[in-house]
Design a protein around this ligand. Structure first.
Ligand code: B12
Length: 212
């Protein structure tokens, strides 16, 4: 089996080339290669590079948006295949996940949701910019064991803090909160009394620990 062309995947995202990103994703799925390392070393590396170029003042908002579009096009192709490849029957626990209110970044959260679901969790993905009330309402409705929340902006980390507080003080059963997103850390989550995971694979391990 030929090694997936990580560099072409990165370039497609960095160039914001939606059509090429989609084609490369289709070829990747058809090749039967291990999808997770390819996503991480290819498309995700590309979107991180877009972030660096933005940091360096090389890219402005249109390029950031276009890079995200290419990334999303690739993930739309890969998501169902990733899910099918890892699918497990048993339900390890029920998780409500979303990106907190005011924050539109949902690529990483989406990856976490897919992997949790592929590894046997029942996952309810509420999308991006989710209000605390919506998290609580859904958690109650589906009797969630874990509420998982992403924040990619330093300004929306504070919403994670309020979410933890709201989950802990809501009536009814005890639920654990799992936090993530690039600016967050284990120390931050622990200070709030929540769990933390660095990435999608780690999120599965931590969620499994929380269910023990
Ligand atoms: C793509 C992108 C966008 C896209 C988002 C599209 C989308 N649908 O998601 C768009 C163009 C919309 C965007 C907008 C903005 N963005 Co932006 N964006 C990014 C970028 C380049 C990549 C983010 C990404 O998708 N990474 C790839 C994924 C796979 O990684 P990840 O998100 O970190 O997720 C992993 C882990 O963190 C973890 N994880 C994530 N969520 C969760 C949740 C749980 C529960 C767990 C356990 C784990 C977990 O697992 C994931 C998989 O491994 C980052 C730069 C960067 N290097 O992160 C900037 C970045 C996050 N953006 C930034 C900014 C400033 C903005 C804007 C304010 C720009 C503007 N002036 O308008 C707006 C904000 C809009 C808003 N209200 O949210 C800054 C934030 C700075 C800060 N300190 O707060 C960054 C860091 C860029 C920078 N270097 O300055 N952005």
């Amino acid at each position: 089996m030929a090694q997936p062309d990580y560099s072409a995947m990165q370039t497609a995202v960095v160039d914001g080339d939606v059509a090429t990103a989609r084609t490369l994703a289709e070829e990747l799925v058809a090749s039967g290669a291990d999808l997770l390392p390819a996503v991480e070393n290819g498309f995700v590396a590309g979107i991180r590079r877009v972030g660096d170029l933005w940091d360096e003042g090389e890219y402005f908002l249109p390029e950031l948006v276009q890079g995200a579009e290419a990334m999303k096009a690739a993930m739309d192709v890969i998501r169902p295949a990733l899910q099918a490849a890892h699918q497990q029957q048993s339900t390890k626990g029920c998780i409500v996940i979303g990106t907190v209110e005011g924050d539109l970044h949902d690529i990483g959260k989406g990856l976490v949701a897919v992997l949790l679901s592929a590894n046997g969790f029942e996952v309810h993905d509420l999308g991006a910019s989710v209000s605390i009330a919506a998290f609580l309402e859904k958690a109650e409705e589906v009797d969630a064991d874990i509420v998982a929340a992403s924040a990619l902006l330093t300004t929306t980390m504070e919403v994670q803090a309020r979410l933890v507080e709201a989950v802990n003080t809501a009536g009814g059963r005890t639920r654990r909160v799992l936090l993530g997103g690039a600016p967050t850390s284990r120390a931050w989550a622990e200070r709030l009394g929540a769990a933390h995971a660095e990435n999608a694979i780690h999120a599965v391990e931590v969620a499994e620990e929380l269910m023990r």
